[in-house]
Design a protein around this ligand. Structure first.
Ligand SMILES: Cc1ncc(COP(=O)(O)O)c(C=O)c1O
Length: 433
């Protein structure tokens, strides 16, 4: 028998690759192994502390005791599928709906942002009798087959659905009034063309789905009147306006609870997920009764886990903590501080196009080549990696991968934001040192 070869113990990364495969994505050139988190601070397996300025799932802070206790207590008491009567889901639904425009008076719970958007599309198709969808040409709304066919902001092998039309979300950042007006006119003409094309092809318009902060797109800011004009046109064609609040919702903007409140157009359906359960998987589609009720009458929509007592306890605790700890007011104040200071500190830096962009506790900065003014993805990546080395977690977004993504949990404190500003400005200035 051949002698047994001495093998080295595989690393966690190798073991992960062996079971999850090499394509299950990981952040950073050197992946970070995390073991615990408290507030906005994370601890790595190597015993180092990292400031979390990226994650929006631990919305009220990593390991928040009130959310953790609510989950644990309810888990001990009752965790059951949702076809029994239980007060937790009703209590939570009432509290959640109180955060919306009065017309949005029904909620369907799901387990993720993808599921919420999938349901929204089903409802829109049912309501309108149409199948056409109008999408941003650089966006992401989830993992299901329907959503993969309309994904434009990352790689999918599924062909774009024949019922999908894409539009470029216009960016009015830095434009003067005349330029913004022209951009508005051209962009709404593009919407008209997309609608006409869907109608000509026989699909009609079922919906448009938009992330109100346009985060995948790179935090673009459309000219005033664009969203209102787009929604008006979609409504006229019989379709619905779905606001995807997976990234922009739950007070991320601080002064507003929802991103769609930035515009003078009430959505027909609002979808949400990520921050909703502070890490517990829960999502929802909030809509009007005249949409959910006919859909429910025609479809036996049953979802085993969605809105179960444990998830409801988690979601409700998040809303309560936001209120008790004044997290929206904090997001307003610290968001403004972050945007102002970053803009001030880096004013005139030729690598940055304009100042900080974004709203509330969602900030970005667009990196360009100082010589050509072209998007500079390599430098943006360099900054993200350098911040990681300096123990601060951020990321990047945008069609050119050149917009920093700074989006800390709402539990962040002023001293953390000041540390972040200090480190980020040093890293950026150090690029040319
Ligand atoms: C805007 C937006 N919508 C939907 C989703 C999908 O959510 P989930 O990953 O919970 O399915 C994401 C996830 O990144 C997202 O950013």
């Amino acid at each position: 028998m051949p002698a047994k070869r001495a093998t080295e113990t595989p690393t966690l990364l190798e073991r992960r690759k062996a079971v999850l495969g090499p394509h299950s994505p990981l952040f950073y050139d050197e992946p970070l192994e995390l073991v615990s988190g408290k507030g906005v601070w994370l601890k790595s397996a190597a015993g180092e502390r990292y400031l979390d300025a990226y994650n929006n799932v631990p919305h009220v802070g990593h390991g928040h005791p009130k959310v953790a206790t609510a989950i644990a207590q309810q888990m001990r008491k009752l965790a059951i599928n949702t076809r029994y009567l239980n007060n937790r889901v009703v209590d939570y639904a009432e509290a959640l709906l109180a955060e919306f425009h009065a017309s949005l008076d029904r909620v369907a719970f799901v387990n993720s942002g993808s599921e919420a958007n999938e349901l929204a599309i089903r409802v829109a198709r049912f309501h309108s009798g149409n199948t056409g969808i109008i999408m941003s040409d650089f966006s992401y709304h989830g993992t299901t087959l329907t959503l993969a066919q309309l994904t434009t902001g990352l790689t999918t092998s599924e062909k774009r659905g024949r019922n999908i039309r894409t539009i470029r979300i216009p960016d009015a950042t830095g434009l003067n009034k005349t330029q913004a007006k022209q951009l508005l006119k051209d962009s709404l003409a593009e919407v008209d063309a997309a609608i006409a094309s869907l109608q000509k092809a026989g699909f009609g318009v079922a919906a448009t789905i938009l992330d109100p902060l346009f985060s995948t797109e790179g935090l673009v800011v459309p000219p005033a009147g664009y969203i209102e004009g787009l929604v008006k046109r979609v409504h006229k064609a019989g379709g619905l306006y779905v606001a995807d609040e997976v990234q922009s919702g739950f007070g991320r903007i601080g002064r507003l609870m929802w991103g769609h409140e930035l515009f003078d157009a009430v959505p027909d359906i609002v979808t949400m997920g990520k921050p909703m359960g502070n890490g517990h998987p829960i999502g929802a589609a909030v809509m009007r009764a005249d949409l959910l009720e006919p859909f429910g009458a025609a479809n036996m929509y049953f979802n085993t886990f969605a809105g179960n007592p444990v998830s409801s306890a988690a979601g409700h605790a998040v809303l309560q903590v936001m209120e008790e700890e004044g997290l929206r007011a904090r997001a307003t104040e610290l968001g403004a501080h972050l945007q102002t200071e970053l803009t001030r500190e880096l004013e005139g830096n030729p690598r940055i196009d304009g100042g900080a962009r974004g709203d509330g506790l969602f900030a970005g900065m667009r990196f360009v080549d100082p010589e050509t003014g072209k998007p500079d993805a390599a430098t943006t990546k360099q900054v993200v990696e350098a911040m990681y080395k300096d123990h601060v977690l951020i990321s990047r977004i945008g069609r050119d991968d050149n917009v920093l993504k700074v989006r800390p949990p709402l539990a962040v404190e002023r001293k953390d934001i000041d540390l972040l500003i200090d480190k980020l400005t040093k890293v950026i200035r150090g690029l040319d040192a």
